[in-house]
Design a protein. Structure first.
Length: 255
């Protein structure tokens, strides 16, 4: 394999059937070995409300109690994962839907309950790069939900961005790996309301002043810092872009 591309999509694509169909067709057309990681979107929240489960959030992060874990597993690793896989099959891409437990692909540990107990939320510990290699060499495109396991029989809800970064690092043990985060903007913008202010490239040297000046703020901070860590540990590049730009060069590349 000359390279492996790992792509992550979130709710802005998953919650829009037309956008999802278009994205899956473009992802299927992406050349070379590839892996897709997806988040969950709003469906899990709607289903939890129908089941009268209390949705608890702390600093924008979901508290995953046992009832919520059941719901997100059904939705993320079940319905959404299989809809994505079916869409890829329709686009001519032979995909296989996976949670971390399938094939013991990815293990995680339950997050420390101090200072906040997030419940059944996990942090990634290990990715089986050998399994990824066998699947990719067999012409299979893995599609990962963000439901992992601890190796002791417990499923864990993980952050999809972190899952994508960990899988990209696992892929980098096989071949040069590029990671692409797709979200609702063209990339990192100097003015969040103006798509023409795209920052084409960010490095560890240029990131600090962008953060200090408030150009990079809020939810973009952990995204870029995770990207910089991934590059430091062995991922060739990380690109943040709009899902509609998957096949073109528009986006912010982290090197």
């Amino acid at each position: 394999m000359e390279k492996i591309t790992v792509v992550k999509i979130g709710g802005n694509v998953i919650d829009n059937p037309e956008a999802l169909k278009r994205f899956l067709e473009e992802f299927a057309a992406l050349q070379g070995a590839k892996i897709l990681v997806h988040g969950g979107g709003k469906l899990a929240t709607r289903l939890a409300e129908r089941l009268e489960l209390k949705v608890q959030m702390v600093d924008g992060r979901r508290i995953t109690d046992k009832g919520t874990l059941d719901v997100v597993t059904m939705v993320y690793a079940g319905l959404i994962n299989k809809q994505v896989v079916a869409g890829l099959q329709a686009a001519g891409c032979n995909a296989l839907g996976l949670s971390g437990a399938d094939g013991n692909a990815v293990t995680a540990r339950r997050r420390d309950p101090n200072p906040v107990d997030y419940g059944f939320v996990g942090d990634i510990e290990r990715v089986d790069s050998g399994l990824l290699r066998r699947l990719l060499e067999g012409g299979i495109t893995p599609v990962f939900s963000a439901i992992m396991h601890d190796g002791q029989g417990t499923l864990l809800n993980c952050n999809a961005d972190s899952v994508a970064s960990a899988i990209a690092l696992g892929a980098a043990e096989i071949a040069p790996a590029d990671l692409v985060f797709c979200f609702e903007k063209n990339g990192v913008l100097r003015d969040p309301e103006d798509d023409t202010t795209l920052i084409r490239e960010i490095t560890s040297e240029t990131y600090a002043p962008l953060k200090a000046d408030g150009i990079v703020s809020k939810g973009m901070i952990p995204k870029i810092e995770n990207a910089l860590k991934a590059v430091e540990k062995g991922v060739r590049s990380v690109t943040i872009k709009h899902s509609e730009n998957l096949l073109n060069e528009i986006g912010t590349t982290i090197k």
